[in-house]
Each structure stands twice: as structure tokens, then as C-alpha cells.
Design a protein around this ligand. Structure first.
Ligand code: 2M8
Length: 420
């Protein structure tokens, strides 16, 4: 049911968003939400940097630097940096980062998340003109991209593979169902969240098992290549990486670095996305079966972030996005799974609900392709969601009611950007 909220004008909404971000700031980073997610998450943090770029550039800079304190000597930027003492499962005792020579002093997870930091740094520069900060953060992001190119190109074609659903940022997306179902049945009974809103079969035990296998293999790249049972080339992850490579290519001269390797990397990703993940739309490829995963999710629109994606691919993908399979059928943008899929579920997390961060990414994609009407629809539809239901974690795409936790940082941060 839609929650009644008093009408808020833009200024009041902006103040509320800043207040949420202030409350979620721990002194060493912004938590995604109080209670449920009490540490610093990598792509959440990049969205916070983007949202704060205009309003609190000082805080945005601190946010990014604090996240990068968690970077490993391999260049890996972990998906969680544990700055606080609050309990979360799986916490430091599961990841055991401190036992690894490459890990920093601050405790972290051993997985990654969509590498949005390059785009976030570019966004910050665009709104502040702060060249000194670009110089400071740039080398860490080059190392992050080198890690992806060397340790994660498991398919050998220029794309980075995710080795865990958590790495996609869209944990319980139906795109991972078959790959998870192929794993042994595990019954640990670990739970950190309300499973009612998550994966129907409680794949959570398999998530933990996969993470522990990788940990027990010493977080080794060779193990990922040769043995790890979950390896997927995801179009959203790689679309974001491509956008970050382009961002680094543009920022490189400011950092007195060569732009060419970053532009070439972006080109390699574009060619591989088209060659390996396109089949009338972008789909994830399971490297263990060497098959495309033919379920259409919001992740399939990630490559639209590329301004140089060929026109025919842009047109076809946008047609699907605007059709009754996605935006054309729901009152609010953009369901996380196509609504006619058997797996679509408007109540479960990344299996149907709309999210502010993917709406924002698609609005960015619409902007880079000068699709002004689409960009406006995404902006207004997303603002309508938060105006009506507040800064919730996600939303029912049909009636706009809020789901998941409240006071969610990226919903607040990206609202600030959408209001600008
Ligand atoms: C969700 O992921 C965490 C695990 O990392 C979880 O399910 O507990 C996802 O929505 C992910 O994209 C997000 O980064 C994280 C924190 O907001 O929550």
C-alpha cells in the first residue's frame, strides 16, 4: 500500500536528503542505511560521492578517500570496508582479510562491486574543478582497473567477471539463479536479512559458501580462473567499468598521466560486450557453461552508459526499456526484472522492485545519448517515488510504495543530483 507522506517541495526534499546523509555519516564513511548495513559499501559510497559532489564536495572527497583506505595491494577495492564495530553478517571473522598479505590494516571483505569510482571522481571534478584531488585519487583508480583487467578477465576477452552474486550489486537477481542452482545444496542457516524480501529459495547459504571457498583459496586469481564454480560476465558491471575507464581517460591529462590506455581499455570492453553479451539485447554470460543467461533484467541496460555504443544497439535496447516489458507497463521506473519473466516478483529486492541507483544510471545513459524525453521521464519518475514514499531502499514499480530499509543513502544522495 502507498504510504501517505505530506507533500514536499524540492527545497524540503533536498534538505531531507542531506539530513539522511549526515545521519548516515560515521566519521569515516557513509553507511548505506542505519542498522541493516552498518559499514561502508563500495558502490553505495560512489553514489554518495556523486550525490554530494555539488553540495558537500569536502564530504564527497573524504567519502572516496575513506573507501580507498580499504584497497588491497593487488588494486582490489573491496565491496565492504568495515569502519565501525557494529555487527554485520558476513563480517570480518568470515572474510579474514587481516590474514592476507595484500590486505590493508582496515578490515574489509574479499569481494568487489561494480567499479563506479572512476565515474564518481569524474563527477566530483566536473562539479568542483578540483585538480589536486584528481591527482590524489587517480593512481588508486588506475590500480583498481589494472586489478580488474589482470585478475578478473576470466573469459580472456576483455570483460571483468564477477565471481559472486554480491559482486553484481544485484544479489538476488534472477540472472544468477541457474548458476547458484548448479552449486551443492548448503544448509548453514546463516541469515542477515529478512528473507521474505529476498531470494525465494534462500540462496543465502550458497552465497556464504561461495565466499568462504574463495577466502580459503587465499583470494587467489589462479583459483578464480581454474576452479571457482561461479564466474559470470555481467553487462551492468562491465558497462559501469567502461564508463569509469572513459572517465579516467578524460581525467588522465589532469593527473599528468597518459589517457590512451584508459581509452583503449574502454574500447576493448565495448567490443567484448557486443561480441560476447549481445543477442538482440545484452545478457550476462555464464563462463562455466559458456552460455548467455537469457533473462532480461535492468542489468542488461548497463552498456548504454557508453556514449560510443553503436546506434543500432542503443535503439534496440532503449526500445525494450521503454516497452511494456519494463517502463511501459509500470507506473514508476524501472523494474529490476522484465515484468513478463516468470521470475519477476514486485516484492523481492532485485527480482522486480525499482531502485534509485539503476534509475540514475539509466538517466545518465539517456543523457549521454541525448535521449532527453527518456532522461526527463527517469528523473521525474524517480523523484515521484522518493517524494511519495521517502528514501527507501527500493520501491514497488506498480504503486510506488517503499520496500526494504528507510533512510537509504544512495536514494538520498542521487535525489540531490536529480533535483539539480
Ligand atoms: C545489498 O547487498 C548486500 C550484500 O553486499 C546484502 O544483500 O546484504 C545490495 O543491494 C547491494 O547492491 C548494496 O551495495 C548493499 C548495501 O546497500 O546491499
Amino acid at each position: 500500500m502507498m504510504e501517505a507522506r505530506p507533500a514536499v517541495d524540492d527545497a524540503a526534499l533536498g534538505h531531507e536528503a542531506l539530513a539522511v546523509l549526515e545521519a548516515n555519516w560515521t566519521g569515516t564513511g557513509t553507511v548505506p542505511a542505519p542498522g541493516l548495513y552498518p559499514h561502508q559499501w563500495s558502490w553505495d559510497s560512489a553514489f554518495v560521492v556523486i550525490g554530494l559532489a555539488r553540495h558537500r564536495p569536502d564530504r564527497a572527497r573524504e567519502e572516496l578517500l575513506n573507501l580507498l583506505r580499504g584497497q588491497w595491494a593487488t588494486g582490489m577495492v573491496p565491496h565492504i570496508v568495515f569502519h565501525t564495530r557494529e555487527a554485520y553478517f558476513p563480517g570480518p571473522s568470515v572474510w579474514r582479510s587481516q590474514e592476507h598479505d595484500a590486505a590493508p590494516r582496515v578490515l574489509t571483505s574479499g569481494l568487489i562491486s561494480p567499479p563506479l569510482q572512476g565515474l564518481a571522481l569524474w563527477w566530483l571534478y566536473r562539479h568542483t574543478g578540483d585538480v589536486a584531488f584528481v591527482r590524489k585519487a587517480f593512481p588508486a583508480l588506475v590500480a583498481q582497473h589494472d586489478y580488474l583487467a589482470s585478475a578478473r578477465d576470466l573469459g580472456g576477452a576483455g570483460l571483468a567477471a564477477i565471481v559472486h552474486p554480491w559482486e553484481s550489486g544485484m544479489d538476488d537477481s534472477p540472472a544468477w539463479d541457474d548458476a547458484l542452482a548448479a552449486l551443492p545444496v548448503i544448509r548453514y542457516g546463516y541469515r542477515n536479512v529478512d528473507m521474505e524480501e529476498r531470494h525465494p529459495d534462500s540462496a543465502h547459504d550458497r552465497y556464504v559458501w561461495l565466499a568462504m571457498r574463495y577466502r580459503d583459496a587465499g583470494y587467489s586469481a589462479g583459483y578464480l580462473r581454474d576452479e571457482h564454480p561461479f564466474a559470470i560476465e555481467d553487462p551492468m558491471f562491465n558497462g559501469i567499468w567502461l564508463a569509469s575507464c572513459q572517465a579516467l581517460a578524460e581525467l588522465a591529462p589532469l593527473a599528468r598521466a597518459d589517457p590512451v590506455p584508459h581509452a583503449e581499455q574502454a574500447e576493448r570492453i565495448r567490443l567484448a560486450l557486443i561480441e560476447r553479451l549481445w543477442d538482440g539485447g545484452f545478457y550476462a554470460r555464464d563462463l562455466r557453461t559458456d552460455r548467455l543467461i537469457k533473462v532480461c533484467t535492468v542489468g542488461g541496460f548497463g552498456p548504454l552508459l557508453d556514449p560510443w555504443l553503436p546506434g543500432e544497439h542503443v535503439r534496440t535496447a532503449v526500445e525494450v526499456l521503454e516497452s511494456a516489458r519494463f517502463m511501459g507497463a509500470t507506473g514508476y521506473p524501472v523494474p529490476s526484472c522484465e515484468i513478463r519473466a516468470a521470475q519477476f516478483d514486485r516484492t523481492r529486492y532485485w527480482r522486480g522492485p525499482s531502485w534509485v541507483n539503476t534509475n540514475w544510471l539509466l538517466r545518465r545513459a539517456a543523457a549521454v545519448h541525448s535521449l532527453d524525453t527518456l532522461a526527463r521521464q527517469l528523473t521525474h519518475g524517480t523523484l515521484r517515488l522518493v517524494r511519495q514514499a521517502g528514501f527507501r531502499e527500493c520501491f514497488d514499480p506498480f504503486d510506488g510504495s517503499g520496500r526494504g530499509c528507510r533512510d537509504f543513502s544512495w536514494s538520498a544522495a542521487l535525489t540531490l543530483d536529480l533535483l539539480a
